[in-house]
Design a protein around this ligand. Sequence first.
Ligand SMILES: [Zn+2]
Length: 575
Amino acid sequence: MGTKRFLSRFFTTASIMLLTASTLGAGPASALTTSDIAVKSQAEMILPERDAMHKLLTNVYDSTSYVNAGNTNYSLNGVSASSIKLLIERFESEGEFANSVAARALKTHMTALELYEKQANADKIVKHMNGFLVLLEQQHSKQLLSGTAYQALKDSTDEMVGQWDTTFSSDRAMTHLHNLSIGIGPRVTGTAEERQGVEYIKNEFEKLGYDVSTQEFKLPDLLTGQLQITSNDNQNVRVAIADGSGYTDENGVTGQLYAAGLGTAEDFTADAKGKIALIQRGDFTFWEKVQNATAAGATGVIIYDNVNSSTPILPGLSNKSSIPVVGITKANGEDLLSQMTTGEVEANLVIHADSTRKSQNVIAVKKPKNIENPEIVYVTSHHDSVAGSPGANDNGSGTSTVLEIARAMQNVPVDKEIRFIAFGAEEIGLVGSTYYVSQLSQDEINRSIVNYNLDMVGTNWAPASQLYVNTVDGKKNLVWDTVSAASKKLNIDDGVLNPYQFSRSDHVPFHDAGIDAALFIWMEPGTARMEPYYHTPQDSIENVSPERIQTIGDIITTAVTDLTSTQAKVTEKAS
Ligand SMILES: [Zn+2]
C-alpha cells in the first residue's frame, strides 16, 4: 500500500480537518500551519472541499517562494513534515500508540523538519528523515506503535526522502527493473504486456508529480501466415513471410503446387496458371523469381532454401508483390518435391495482415517556472523488449534508470524544460521515437538542445566495462561535453567513458532532426562487443549490475542537473 492511497483514504473517510475556503485562497501555502485548519466532520464537507484539502496537505510547498534566490520553481508533491505530523496525531487519537511519549518524540522530529522544509534544505531534510526512520524502527521493535501506524509512517518517510534526495539510487532503479522484467516480463511491441509496461511507467512518473501523457501510434502491419498441404492431411509447413509479400483473405489461396526450378521465365509454362509456384533459392533475386511467377499467372510463391537450416528462409523482396510469397526450409522444399513425384499436391496458403496494432510513448515533462519558450533536454529510453526475453538489460535497465533520474530531479529548480520519455516499438525499428520526433513542431525542434538516450545500461557481463557514448556521426557533441564534465566531477576513471560511432537506437531520429544526441551502452573496450545475453532468455535481472546502473545514473543525473539546474548555476557563480 502506498502512502498516497493511505492519505487519501484517511482524509476522505475519517473525520476531516478542513481548511475553510477563504483560507485556501489566502496566498502561499507555506504560511499555513495546522492551527489554521479548522476541524469539520465529514458530514459537513462537500466533495470539492475534501479534494482541496487533500491537495493542500499533499502540496504544502507548492507555490512557495524560498529565501534562497531563484528557488521559485520548487513544486513538491506528496507528503510533507506537516502532513506526517497530522498522521501521527491522528494515530495517537485513535490509540495506535502505546503512550503519548512515543508520539511526542516523533512529532518533535517533524517540527524540526518543518523548518528545514521552509529553508528548502534538502541535505538536512534527508538526514533528519533518516534519523526519524531510526526512531520509528526502535519504537516499532519495542511495540510502542501499531503495525498499521508504523507502516503508514514508514511509507510516508520513504516518500518524503524520495522527494528531497537528489542523489541517484541504484536500489530504487533495481526495484523498477524487478517490476518490469519479472513483474511484467517480456514487453513485446504491440502486446498487452507492452501496454502494462506503459501503465507502470506512466503511474511512476505521475507519482513524482510530473505532467505525464501517453502518445499512441500505429504499428506496421503484423503479418501472420500458414501453409497447409491439403492433399497430405493438412500437413502444416513452417513459413517465413517475405518482406513485401502480398496478403490474402482469411481463406487464402488454394491450388496445386507447380515445381518451377530456380524460377527463371523459361521454368514457367502455361500450366503454371492458377497454381502455387515452388521455387528454389539461388542464382538471381527473390523479386525476379516472384515477377516470373506472377507473369505466368501463379497465385502464390513458395521459395525453399538451397542450404540446410532449422528455420525457414526469409525472402526479402525489393518491391511489393501482388501475390503471397513465403519461404520454407530446404528439407521441407525437398519433401514437397518428393510428394509431387507420386501425384498432384494441393496446398492452401494464408497471409493475414493485422493493421490494428498500436504502441505508446510515455512522456513526463518538467517545465521551468517563469521562463517562456525554454530550451528542451530529453532523457530517453525504450520500454519494449523482444519475444522470449525478460528484457532486463535491454531495456528495463534504461527505463528504470530514467525513472530514477526523474525521481532524483523532481524538485530540482530548472531553467530548461526536461522531457523524460519511454518509447515504444524500438525493437521493430525505432518506430516510437521516429513518430515522436516527427510530431514535434519546428519551434520545439529549434528549442531542443540535447538527447541522452539510455539503452542497455546495466549488463553485468565483465568484459563490457566501458560506457560507450555513441553518436550517429561519431563526433563529440553536447552530450559528450556534459557527461565527460560530470564524470570528472564524480571522480570516475577517465577510461570509463568512450566516444564512439553507433546508431541502432532511439537517438537516431533526434540526430536526424539536428539535435545533439547520443546512446549510452556498456560494451567491451576496443571491440565494442555487447553482452552475450542480448535478445535471449538470459537477459534477466540476475545479469544486471546495480554498480553499473549506479555509474550511469550518477553521470546522467549530474550532467542533466548541471545543465538545467538554476541552483547549480548559483553555486557556480558564487564559487
Ligand atoms: Zn534496446
